[in-house]
Design a protein around this ligand. Sequence first.
Ligand code: MN
Ligand code: MN
Length: 360
Amino acid sequence: MHLGRTTLAKFLIQQLHDRPDGGKLAGLLVDVAAAVKTIAALTARGALTGPGDTAVGVPNASGDEQKPLDVIANQVVLRCCEWGGQLAGMASEELETPYLVPPTYETGPYLLAFDPLDGSSNVDVNVAVGTIFSVLQFSGAGAPTERDFLQAGKTQVAAGYAIYGPSTMLVLTVGLGTHGFTLDREIGNFILTHPNLTIPEETSEFAINSSNERFWEPPVARYVAECKAGRTGIRGRDFNMRWIASLVAETHRILMRGGVFMYPRDTKDPPRVGRLRLLYEANPIAMVVEQAGGLASTGRGRILETTPQALHERIALIMGSKSEVARIERYHRDHDTGQDLPYISPLFNERSLYRPEARV
Ligand code: MN
Ligand code: MN
């Protein structure tokens, strides 16, 4: 057995020892890791885990159907992280309003926002799921309110995700690069296996839910059409498409070998500007991706610059390899300034302002 390996706790102490409240942040992230180990054990048991007596089939705070594991995973994170005196409160996909640390425990300088089980529709089909988390500074006094969580993503002090695949991994950043840890189940420790993850700048792999194609905006349709045209189109090379329908799994693939992921704004449900939640999905993923040299955008601006308006706000997310995300942002600019006219195929032009008969 190799004795010189870097455990998560050792890594965090090294990265955070000279930061104000660094010890508390390290303690909090170790507690998050404890929750992750428990959720890893639960998800690994699959159908052997009974449904228990928890609510099933009820929509959660952000409108998705709650599965038993969503509820249990949420409880696991709350119990693991509430007691240590690092947090003032938590926000979860599964809770309508912020969770306050019970008065029996000390409170601390941080807020935790999390998605306890991301991609939980994948549980039934035994495909990777995950947990996503974001740590914010709490600068207020007394009990935090929803407003305290509504900070732009660039203020996050730490962020990351766990992926429950064939192996369990924890990928996180405290603003000093993005690093991956693999759970050694025999020992019960997360071991640093992927230091300084870097997303390749170039890629030939894209991920998007094509069943929404008819609702896409022209810049997204243009980008995907060009990828699909491959070697014969203006990109001059063939692309591959991937779609796992799990943000964590898509992010992990992109961190390992590059790629671009899009859940863009579309016209399917006009009042809703995107599918993913800003505070506990897009923001932490954006920090992890940027710290690994990638970009994360709405198509029209950096995710991390967005000021949230509500706890469960949704947003468009386009992230991954730098050069591709920059290109998709450029296509949005071209479109918004009317410069993409020559590029848009008539197919995507049917209801566009550029059609002569549509002009008034
Ligand atoms: Mn999710
Ligand atoms: Mn979830």
